[in-house]
Ligand binder design. Structure first.
Ligand SMILES: [Mg+2]
Length: 178
């Protein structure tokens, strides 16, 4: 049995698609191209301050409740027998932390993601897992620096990163079980 640590946004949940739809619904007209960098505010013509503000508004307006899944999440049933932790890093205004935590948990339950533990963390490497999957280069690098096995979930914003990579969650489940 392994302790498997799953990232949520960018791996299970299409945060970017939801955030772009939210901005369009607010009347912001833009193509919102798929970012090729993790810090992508400038690719969407947002200043860092505007980006931060809109992210906080998105969280407050329950944006994390309605994200589309990335691919077929039922493949995660293949993790049965392992210990599964979902670790997510979300920022919000202090008064909205409960909303973001609740919306993130409800999203997982709505999509029948089976897990043993849920961690809302600033630093992923505080979670003591055996194998991690994440889309954020900074998380992957921090986890590897801490001696953990961190698998890259392929996204256009992490292609320059080297090391173990999967292109969907089915491949990750196979890796865990191999
Ligand atoms: Mg992520």
């Amino acid at each position: 049995m392994a302790h498997v640590v799953l990232d949520k946004d960018g791996v299970m949940a299409n945060f970017l698609g939801g955030f772009a739809a939210y901005l369009r619904a607010k009347g912001h007209h833009h193509d919102y191209p798929t970012p090729t960098e993790y810090n992508f505010a400038h690719q969407w013509d947002l200043t860092p301050e505007q980006f931060q503000y809109q992210m906080l508004e998105f969280a407050a307006d329950r944006g994390y409740r309605d994200l589309d899944p990335i691919g077929d999440l039922t493949v995660l049933y293949g993790l049965v027998g392992h210990r599964v932790t979902v670790a997510t890093k979300r920022f919000s205004r202090p008064q909205h932390r409960g909303i973001v935590a609740g919306d993130s948990l409800n999203w997982l339950w709505d999509h029948n993601v089976s897990f043993d533990n849920f961690a809302l963390v600033q630093d992923k490497d505080v979670v003591d897992g055996d194998i991690f999957v994440d889309d954020a280069p900074s998380n992957i690098l921090a986890l590897r620096a801490a001696g953990k096995r961190a698998i890259i979930f392929d996204q256009p914003w992490n292609r320059s990163l080297k090391g173990e990579r999967v292109f969907n969650l089915g491949q990750f489940v196979d890796l865990v079980n191999s």
